[in-house]
Ligand binder design. Sequence first.
Ligand code: PEP
Ligand code: MG
Length: 843
Amino acid sequence: MVLNKGFVEITPTASIDVNRHGGRAKCLQRLIRLEMPVPTTVALDFATVHDISQGTLPDIGMMLASFGDAPLLSVRPSSEDPDWGGPSAILNIGMNDATYERLIGTHGEVAATALYLRFIRSYAIHVARLDPDEFEIKAPMDPAAIKRAQAIYEEETDEPFPQDTATQLSNVLRSMARAWEGTTARLLREARGAPADAGLGLVVQAMAIGFGRNMSGSGVIQFVNGQTGERQLRGRYLCQSQGRDALGDPDARAIMYLARDDRGRSIEDELPQVFEDLKRYGDLCRNRLREEMQIEFTLENERLYILDAVRVQRTSRANLHIAVQLAQDAIISENEAVMRVPPRSLTELLHSQVDPDGPRDAFASGIAASPGAATGKVVFSSRAAQASAAQDEPCILVRRETTPEDIRGMHAAEAVLTERGGITSHAAVIARGLGLPCVVGASNMKLDAKKREIVAADGRVIREGDIITIDGSAGEALIGTARMLEPELGEAFQTLLAWADNARDIGVRANADTPADAAKARMFEAEGIGLARTEHMFFDHDRLLAMREMIFADTAEDRRTALERIEPMQRADFRELFKIMSGLPVTIRLFDPPLHEFLPQGREGMRELADALDIPVSDVTRRVEALSEFNPMLGMRGVRLGITVPEIYDMQARAIFEATIEATDEGGAPVVPEIMIPLVSAKREVELVKARVDAVAAAVRIERGVDFTYRLGVMVETPRAALRASEIAQHAAFLSFGTNDLTQMTYGLSRDDAGRFMGRYVQQQVYPEDPFHMLDVEGVGELLQMGAERGRSANPDVTLAICGEHGGNPESIAFCRKAGFDYVSCSPFRVPVARLAAAHLAI
Ligand code: PEP
Ligand code: MG
């Protein structure tokens, strides 16, 4: 029955909407429809509550009439999404001297006193906004305490404690409505995803009184473990209590177990019918509300009331288990289960995590570059990391920033911390590929490599060998060992992702350079490798040396000889990748970085190379200087190197084709390698490289007497390549957008150095987000779109892909899907997130 515009008694047929009355009101209506014993409840809609905050009250007398002779009322918030929070519930409205006397008769003096004291306290704190310390309940059973509390109230407010229920209720409604409009509350809910104009509804409910004679009390019950998602009866019940007291009261003596328990009395034993009803209501919630709910109940003189039910609070892993179980029990569809798991929540399951409930002592913070957490002793060099790993001692590699020479140290370490660098810095990219927790750009610590120590912002000193924990998800480094939660890749995980794969309509590949990466890509069921960065295959010590010899060669012939030493190793690498990927596409990117990155950096390294080449150190130094560039990332790298030192690409193409033949010979699925040219900016570059690669293919076919096919594609990672995509696509089987370099070049912003000021830029809203982290859809995105359209219009069969770090972000995937891309490629550990995010877009 509609009582008045703006509030309505919740009945099975009343018109109650989530977006008008809030989630709690709607849920209560569902419980009522399921015939649960919910006390009379009235819902106030958002507009009414807003009016109340502005001073216009609804007809309180009319509202009170709907509660008949119920002595006490409660008011609870009902926002659209319960996660947005709201003001605290206020219970026991209607407590006054007269009700007190009445309750002494019906419920006994102890109960009546407890109720009155509680009401004075919460009214004083939440409505009159008085100091909570003044209203500490020291003597809960002492009737004289009521008089004392009333006296303090009067002294502080110059008014007697209100005795009129309508006045009490009006003031409670007004204070709750105003609390919602306050700036702090607004900022808090906006941080949880609420829109700026989110409304608040309120529910006013007749109270079941959990204090009194016989068995009275209150509790919560749920049928699933909120940590793991397993089906399990959980909850607490507290005799002589109300609201959510059972969850907070440490007084174990008053606890009664829900189910039969050797340790003490239980509801199951003492009130078996109540216990059965609770279980039945749990089943009803699960089957009809299609969700695991926590039910809040009260026993008043052994009679059961259901006051509320809320979605069980849960960890990401429990959420996944619950969704899968509900679908397996045919309560929700597989697609709905997929939609109930936020893609990013999977990252928590793929890595160990610092237990959010454990203690944490951070000494440095930076960019959360690669998720997960690991503990180990501090080492400051790759050599020390390897030594530590050799002794099975977990270590954390701490560097100012990492270089290709650190790759072995990174392999040996459990996690990486750098003082400098951004989200696409060397350390960040490699760590994500390896699945290592990593924090970069921790500029509030000072690294003193000579003294082998870190000085934290607060002056604490961390020395080599000290134990620290890297929290790559939070972007913090912590002192000592932190409590961890283990990764979870069980059956439920696999099941959910299989359902996601059924739904999605954009491919997901992995960026993988090594057999270990490729194995991870398979484990996470990537549909191929979208980017194998071949330069990462030169970091092993012997290869690095051969590479350096090649760089030092004076003639093309000498270069070829040096490269001949590398070719079999490359061939073995590719064969291995093809074998692991067993017939799935593998995109191999030809050599990309500036050559000088392969040269030694310190004096010690120069001497080592001089020894190996049997030349004076001064020659090495001179050569290193000659090769050094002012702007190496805009210099002799990528296809520019391929054109000026073509022997490198020749060698790589040969290695790829020979590996293709061998992998197929070994009985593997037929391989169609994809060869990708990096850093292209002109059509002619593609033509030149294509001519040489075709020539190598022809030579290998003749030498081996075996035919094979391959696809040649282009990385679009310079703005010019995006602009000229139509002519470039005429020579390319695929275009793969390298958004790391494309972002760097579109902004004219160094991907390795931007971390130094990015925080300030984002803080001052110059950029909404770090564009290396979140694809800049307005700028870089426009180039992507333009490149895709121009490429497709010139070559309708061209495959479109993204392989920059953005490829694993749900937002970028949405963008690429809309632009008609065929697949995204990202670090192996982000593949599951990408698979799920892609499914969310298609459902
Ligand atoms: C890119 O630039 O987006 C890319 C994938 O290549 P890299 O990160 O190796 O430069
Ligand atoms: Mg690049």
